[in-house]
Design a protein around this ligand. Structure first.
Ligand code: FAD
Ligand code: FES
Length: 345
């Protein structure tokens, strides 16, 4: 028998069976519940259990600490109900009210941005509102759905994604190797919680790995549109392997010219020729820079991180160790199906 779950933040109720999670059913019901990994690893769905009982599937204590658990905080992506419940999303004031849409669009441009990243522009039948940093679930005919972050602010009925080819099979290989203009695409979104907190003026620290620059670029562009020359201080670390993986540099340098408070570091982890850029893991650069930034520099700041899961997790840990309040760190780890399966095992 199912249990009635009252989602107080949305003023809606859903019916969830014992072996289902609250998040699964909320999304099935088209409720724009915030989530990231959907596997208990990122903390994006964190919520307060106001009433009732749940049993949590396995999760990382990074996403939910024991202290939070003892205060009745749960991860709805891991929570199976054991009674009727009332659940409120944490920081719901920050959450967004963009309507969740399911739209059928068409690919109107595909551009190779690097040797393994394709820029894909999609035309939709109507505008899709979102805040930069969010993502959508997209699907091509005959292929499974995958999450991709919006690479530009929401401005019209055209959206853009940057898709990195992972392996020889899968959606990203199809996009990079075979897909052409005219391909139909279904877009479900916006989703995600790692979006720009627009109303604030504190510093932004941003970390991107590979195609993780897509949502970070959108976040910075949206902040620049809103704040112009008065833009808040921004520091971006962009980590890639070699010079061949660097892209969007001109655009970022233009931003740097207009925006005196913007500092950009491109860090190469495996430089294949001599370079004047910073070398090593991007997390090593951050660790060393955080010593100079100090806890005073983190005051009132927000951190946005996107890219490969190990980079995202290590970067987040560095900011927390440096004294940053974890609730002000917003991250999208680009989990693959394989990563999600291993988190679930
Ligand atoms: C919130 C979120 C946002 C995301 N945004 C983006 C984005 O903006 N841009 C982007 O490029 N990706 C993004 N991703 C990742 C994306 O959703 C897919 O997981 C990714 O494109 C791989 O899908 P696939 O179908 O090609 O590969 P899968 O079907 O997952 O795997 C296909 C092949 O790749 C191999 N493979 C799997 N994992 C790896 C790995 N880590 N390294 C090497 N090979 C591997 C597999 O063995 C298999 O052969 C995001 C993920 C999340 C959760
Ligand atoms: S921990 Fe629930 S969505 Fe990541």
């Amino acid at each position: 028998m199912g249990h009635k779950i009252n989602l107080v933040s949305f003023d809606e109720s859903i019916e969830v069976e014992q072996d289902e999670t609250i998040l699964e059913i909320a999304l099935e019901e088209n409720i724009s519940f915030p989530f990231g990994c959907a596997s208990g690893n990122c903390g994006a769905c964190k919520s307060k259990l106001i009433l009732g009982e749940v049993e949590m599937r396995s999760y990382s204590t990074f996403a939910l600490t024991d202290d939070e658990k003892s205060r009745g905080i749960i991860l709805p992506c891991r929570a199976e109900p054991r009674s009727n419940c009332s659940v409120a999303i944490m920081n719901f004031d920050d959450a967004l009210s963009h309507p969740l849409k399911h739209l059928q669009g068409e690919v109107v441009a595909v551009e190779k941005l690097t040797h393994d990243i394709a820029g894909v522009r999609v035309k939709l039948p109507e505008p899709l509102e979102y805040t930069s940093g969010q993502f959508a679930n997209i699907a091509f005919p005959g292929l499974p759905a995958r999450e991709y972050s919006f690479a530009t602010p929401s401005i019209s009925n055209e959206i853009e994604f940057h898709i990195r080819r992972m392996g020889d099979k899968g959606v990203s290989a199809f996009v990079f190797d075979e897909m052409n203009v005219g391909e139909p695409i279904s877009v479900h979104g916006p989703l995600g919680f790692a979006f720009l907190r627009k109303e604030e003026t504190g510093p932004i620290y941003a970390v991107a790995g590979g195609s993780g620059i897509a949502p970070i670029r959108a976040i910075l562009a949206e902040a620049a549109q809103k704040e112009g020359a008065n833009l808040r201080p921004v520091r971006l670390w962009f980590g890639v392997k070699t010079e061949d993986d660097v892209y969007l540099e001109k655009e970022l340098q233009n931003l740097q010219r207009e925006w005196p408070n913007f500092k950009l570091d491109i860090v190469l982890s495996e430089p294949n020729k001599s370079t004047s850029r910073r070398k090593g893991l991007v997390t090593e650069a951050i660790e060393s820079d955080l010593l100079d930034i100090g806890s005073a520099g983190l005051d009132g700041a927000r951190v946005y991180i996107a890219g490969p899961p190990p980079m995202v997790e290590s970067s987040r840990a560095l900011f927390v160790d440096a004294g940053m309040d974890a609730s002000r760190i917003h991250a999208d780890a680009f989990y693959t199906q394989e990563d999600k399966a291993s988190l679930n095992s």
